[in-house]
Design a protein around this ligand. Structure first.
Ligand SMILES: *Cc1c(COP(=O)(O)O)cnc(C)c1O
Length: 376
């Protein structure tokens, strides 16, 4: 079946008593245990509402099983700790989501995990591998520069050496990229973004094989970051429209990227769907769509990033991404504020860089708002 169909139908819990078409919300934290093989318990990650979301996302990501968490970072940190421990070496990309980057730099030393950072480039990642590397963590496209890494190249090399690979697929979503089909072992999402899609739930998920899901689950039961039934239900409801939301958002992003690329107040546009973008051909080979995130650098002689954001009427300057509404943010003031100005300059995040999370509004209205804020 196609993604749109799986979004609607897969995973639903059919209640034989009422025959309702939707999964009921099971609020129990206590379940009877006699005469059954396994007893549900919220922190055992095995309630019907958790299972419904896991099953839907597993089918969308072409995975076998997974674990649903109370945040994207819970999904990432638990998955990492399931595959790396004291004495192991981990290779990470230095353009990873800030929270994942900080998790490594703040906690790995204490846990005895050794690590190296590599650029957004398959050869750089491969070069950083040592004899004791057990895990590689990558992200594509990256935040906020939309860097693309050749996923197949990394996974072919890692598989041959028995190294586990994790990708953060939050930006692409399974609608635009299915990393398990490219050889990745574990796909992690911040469900707070596109999966939830309405800027009102915090959650995360890891999707993988049955065997690896068992390993993540065993660690997850110790760490405990499980998701409550009401949020599970909201998430399952949101996922029914994931494909049509992301398809529209992706179409809008392409139009807006082209508009910005031709605007003389804009110095540079980062969007994988632009043919002149560095990662375009690799993106084309591994993504089914180029996604709905883009970033651009304003020509500060014409308009400053601050002035531009203040003039916007419909688009909110706000953190986070992936919702139905278009959001803009200045990475140097939000996600990358802790990085030194020199470090930001080194990786290419200038003060005039703005990141756009394109929503499902009509593209003309988004472009109209951007236009009036440039030219006012
Ligand atoms: C937001 C985000 C996360 C962290 O997710 P939370 O739900 O905030 O814990 C991880 N990776 C990416 C790419 C994100 O955008």
């Amino acid at each position: 079946m196609h993604q749109e169909t799986l979004c609607v139908h897969s995973g639903t819990y059919h209640d034989s008593a009422t025959r309702g078409v939707n999964t009921p919300i099971f609020t129990s934290s206590s379940f009877e245990y006699m005469d059954r093989e396994s007893c549900p318990y919220p922190r055992y990650f095995n309630t019907p509402n958790q299972a419904a979301v896991v099953n839907k996302m597993s089918s969308l990501e072409s995975g076998e099983d997974g674990v649903l968490f109370s945040s994207g970072m819970a999904a990432m940190s638990t998955s990492v700790l399931a595959f790396a421990g004291s004495g192991d070496h981990v290779v990470l990309m230095d353009e990873l989501y800030g929270g994942t980057h900080a998790f490594a730099t703040d906690l790995f030393d204490r846990l005895g995990i050794r690590y190296s950072f590599a650029a957004t480039d398959a050869e750089a990642v491969i070069k950083a591998i040592t004899q004791s590397t057990k895990l590689i963590i990558i992200e594509s496209p990256t935040n906020p520069l939309l860097g693309i890494i050749d996923i197949r190249r990394v996974t072919e090399f890692a598989r041959a050496r028995g190294i586990t690979t994790i990708i953060d697929n939050t930006f692409a979503t399974p609608v635009n990229q299915r990393p398990l089909t490219l050889g990745i072992d574990v796909v992690v999402h911040s469900g707070t973004k596109y999966m939830g899609g309405h800027s009102d739930i915090c959650c995360g998920i890891a999707i993988t094989s049955r065997e690896y899901a068992g390993r993540i689950l065993a660690t997850a039961r110790h760490l405990g970051g499980s998701l409550n039934a009401v949020s599970c239900y909201l998430l399952e409801r949101s996922l029914k429209t994931l494909a049509i939301r992301v398809e529209r958002q992706t179409q809008n992003a392409q139009r807006i990227a082209e508009f910005l690329d031709n605007h003389n107040f804009v110095k540079k546009v980062n969007y994988p769907g632009l043919p002149n973008f560095k990662g375009h051909s690799v993106a084309r080979s591994q993504m089914t769509g180029f996604g709905a995130m883009l970033s651009f650098e304003l020509n500060e002689d014409r308009v400053s990033a601050k002035t531009f954001q203040r003039r916007l009427r419909m688009i909110h300057p706000a953190v986070s991404l992936g919702g139905v509404e278009t959001l803009i943010c200045s990475p140097s003031e939000t996600s990358h504020v802790k990085m030194s100005p020199e470090e930001r300059q080194r990786v290419g995040i200038s003060d005039s860089l703005l990141r756009l999370s394109v929503g499902i509004e009509h593209a003309d209205d988004i472009i109209e708002d951007i236009s009036q804020a440039m030219n006012q």
